[in-house]
Write a protein that binds this ligand. Structure first.
Ligand code: BGC
Length: 413
């Protein structure tokens, strides 16, 4: 460098004032379907608009199993990402294992405690400090239907599992695949938990899938749940194995199947394809009552480097920003985690979701989703999911499934 350019460079630094670190994040997440990518892009844009640099690390695979495997590999190799999509008890598990960045300063400055439901705020804390930022509330126990198919066949959205079975038989007799399903273990577990809630009721769900009460696990009700799972297995098409959830949603959209049981991220796909609730598709809670919640959130590893720490603080702040919570959730199919966002621009299913959540909080039927990692630690959730999937993909009897469930849970403790 000659003297002239050295001087020019130092003048540039002087003009720019003190050098500030540029907020930087690398974000590991599993939002790769059309509507998911559209949703996370909102965050990325806001982050960049604030002068930040975003490195995207998407790991395909609905439900996040592959993302969690990728995360573990990154952490074990000493290369943890700055931010990760993490939720439920996994937040506290990672905190215990590696520590997580304390984002209490951001949370307090922006009054998170005042705008989050207490139950959600609790999930975001590690030993009293804020260690995660929530983006939304997804409801898991939703049944999606193709309006045209249902109308053509004189079928109402079922409110009991018997009604569901009757509707499915009718559709099958008419040559229509009743249920679009993707045979991946987390999707099997998603159906399973809605059946547990529907047949057993909220109290049974609490005992069986949250408290892991041996009596509830080893009950006639649980046997009935597996009976219903066997019936449901008969309603899916031959190519269900390994299918991604959004492809199952597309089957309902395109009239290749009548129903899908899936959380309201499925609605994100309908909306992204320009489909209207009530006109093209219908939403109803899966047979039964209650609200299985699934809150997506982000946590941050404790890393050196001012630019990374600033990136984490900025990301946490943006995630809980009112504007982001609205735009993101309009795309994602969920409702905002913040309670102070008006839902005027949201569709009827979202409004219904919000009503059910409020009612659930009052009557004790607002319950964390087991299938989406909100209720149990990884080992227990994994043990249950393995049995559910093994049963769904074999001719295992309900009695054997119940026994395996009891054993698997006991062994996972
Ligand atoms: C997540 C959703 C996501 C879905 C499918 C769920 O566990 O909470 O945000 O859209 O998995 O990938």
């Amino acid at each position: 460098m000659n003297i002239k350019s050295v001087l020019a460079a130092s003048t540039a630094v002087m003009l720019a004032g003190p050098v500030m670190a540029e907020p930087t994040v690398e974000v590991l997440h599993w939002w790769t379907s059309g509507s998911e990518a559209q949703s996370v892009a909102v965050l990325q844009e806001q982050f960049k608009a604030e002068g930040g640099t975003w490195t995207d690390m998407p790991v395909a695979g609905g439900g996040g199993d592959a993302a969690m495997t990728a995360l573990r590999a990154r952490v074990l190799s000493g290369n943890a990402p700055t931010a990760v999509q993490l939720k439920g008890p996994a937040i506290q598990e990672w905190y215990e294992e590696t520590g997580l960045a304390d984002i209490s300063a951001v949370a307090e400055e922006n009054n998170w405690a005042d705008v989050l439901p207490a139950q959600i705020a609790e999930h975001m804390k590690c030993e009293g400090q804020w260690c995660a930022a929530p983006v939304n509330v997804h409801r898991v126990n939703w049944l999606w239907g193709n309006k045209q198919i249902l109308d053509d066949n004189g079928i109402e959205m079922p409110t009991t599992w018997d009604e569901f079975n009757a509707a499915a038989e009718k559709l099958q007799a008419a040559g229509i695949t009743p249920l679009a399903h993707g045979g991946q273990s987390w999707q099997d577990a998603t159906i399973f938990e809605t059946v547990v809630l529907g047949l057993g009721g909220p109290e049974f769900f609490q005992k069986a899938l949250i408290d892991l009460d041996p009596e509830a696990l080893n009950s006639d009700t649980m046997k009935q749940v597996f009976d219903e799972m066997r019936i449901i297995r008969g309603y899916v098409d031959d190519n269900f194995s390994g299918r991604d959830w959004n492809l199952a949603t597309a089957m309902v959209m395109n009239g290749e199947a009548a129903f899908q049981i899936m959380g309201d991220w499925a609605k994100g796909e309908f909306l992204a394809a320009g489909k209207e609730p009530g006109t093209d598709f219908v939403c109803a809670q899966t047979p039964g009552t209650g609200f299985l919640y699934n809150v997506d959130s982000f946590a941050f590893f404790e890393l050196d480097g001012e630019e990374k720490q600033q990136g984490q603080a900025l990301l946490a702040k943006l995630i809980m920003g009112p504007e982001f919570q609205k735009t993101f959730n309009l795309n994602k199919g969920s409702i905002p985690a913040r309670t102070d966002i008006a839902l005027d621009d949201f569709d009827s299913c979202a409004v219904e979701s919000n009503k059910a959540m409020t009612a659930g909080a009052q009557n004790g039927s607002l319950l964390p989703s087991f299938a989406h990692g909100m209720a149990l630690r990884g080992a227990q959730a994994g043990a249950i999911t393995d049995v559910v999937t093994a049963h769904f993909n074999s001719d295992m009897s309900s009695d054997d499934a119940v026994q395996q469930l009891v054993d698997a849970v006991a062994n996972s403790m």
